[in-house]
Design a protein around this ligand. Structure first.
Ligand code: SF4
Length: 315
């Protein structure tokens, strides 16, 4: 059997956060014991509210931060043991805001060619590969001579995708890749990512707070809450019959409650808990509509349930 593209094994990312000159630094458990694997060629979604740790997890998978515990294995090799160049050939990012992720003073051709230059590709070959990739993402070679400010938001995100793919990586981690774009452009970028995934056999990790987008593009979805995965399921299963009370609340916050869909109107309120002050027991218990006395004492471990994994004592 083929090895999964990505295996995340009991990964943690804890750090000290300074809050001022005269106050003690706080300990933040941004990612706190997360495990999952992503089959080759699939699209794995990670959802949750701001502050849940999904972007930190993306950075861990990209090797931009080292984990403080656990291990990430990519195509059978430990990510931490890989050098930067090898990692760049294997896994690349597409970030949210194409404007801030592209150097405003560099021409598009140089921006897209940078990963090739870092691998030592000669300039003539680099230009050929860059022009071919620009064309592949729907931009003309002529645009290679422009600056990022001379392009629209959608064109800039195409540049970011071209830069991510120019080394032909096998995995792309997309962190909110469409949330800075107009709705009409979002659909074009999602279609482009779907085409590229199919044509290049890519494995995608797709991080978003937009549940409709995740439902549209992902094969499997993990729901994060305060640094943990509380539910992981095939996309259809998760959206049709969410099991964890937090998943239900998250879906209810964007869908009209309908008894037939089994989605109760539980509501999450406005305030997300402080990741430096995680509640004891089940970390969702202060907001959970069905919490019982034991929930504030016992931390639920993830367990298999009808083709999904869920961390709750009561479901
Ligand atoms: Fe709610 Fe208790 Fe389940 Fe946590 S363990 S989600 S508090 S029911």
């Amino acid at each position: 059997m083929r090895a999964p593209a990505i295996e995340v094994r009991a990964v943690t990312r804890h750090f000290r956060q300074s809050t001022g000159l005269f106050t003690a630094a706080r300990s933040v458990r941004a990612v706190d014991g997360v495990s999952f694997s992503v089959p080759t060629g699939s699209c794995f979604g990670i959802v949750g509210e701001s502050g849940c740790g999904k972007s930190t997890l993306a950075r861990l998978i990209l090797g931009l931060h080292p984990p403080t515990g656990g291990e990430i294995v990519v195509e059978g090799q430990s990510l931490q043991a890989m050098d930067r160049r090898a990692r760049a050939r294997l896994i690349q990012p597409v970030f949210q805001d194409p404007f801030s992720s592209l150097n405003p003073r560099r021409r598009i051709r140089d921006i897209v060619g940078l990963p090739l230059a870092a691998q030592g590709t000669n300039p003539a070959q680099r230009d050929r590969q860059v022009d071919a990739m620009l064309e592949r993402v729907g931009l003309s070679a002529e645009m290679g001579g422009r600056l990022p400010a001379q392009l629209s938001g959608g064109q800039r995100q195409r540049v970011a995708i071209a830069r991510a793919l120019v080394l032909r990586p096998r995995i792309v981690v997309c962190d909110e890749p469409t949330s800075a774009l107009d709705v009409s452009v979002q659909a074009q970028i999602l279609n482009l990512l779907a085409e590229l995934r199919r044509d290049f056999g890519l494995t995608l990790v797709f991080i978003s707070h937009n549940l409709a987008v995740v439902e549209h593009v992902c094969d499997e979805v993990a729901v994060m809450y305060l640094g943990r995965i509380v539910e992981r399921a095939p996309t259809d299963t998760l959206f049709r019959a969410p099991a964890h009370p937090y998943t239900r609340a998250l879906l209810a916050s964007v869908l009209t409650p309908e008894p037939g869909l089994g989605i109760p109107d539980v509501g999450l309120g406005d305030s997300y808990p402080d990741p430096a002050n995680i509640p004891p027991g089940c970390r969702f218990h202060p907001r959970c509509p069905i919490a019982e006395a034991g929930c504030s004492e016992r931390d639920p471990s993830p367990r298999a349930l009808d083709g999904r994994e869920v961390a709750c004592h009561l479901v």
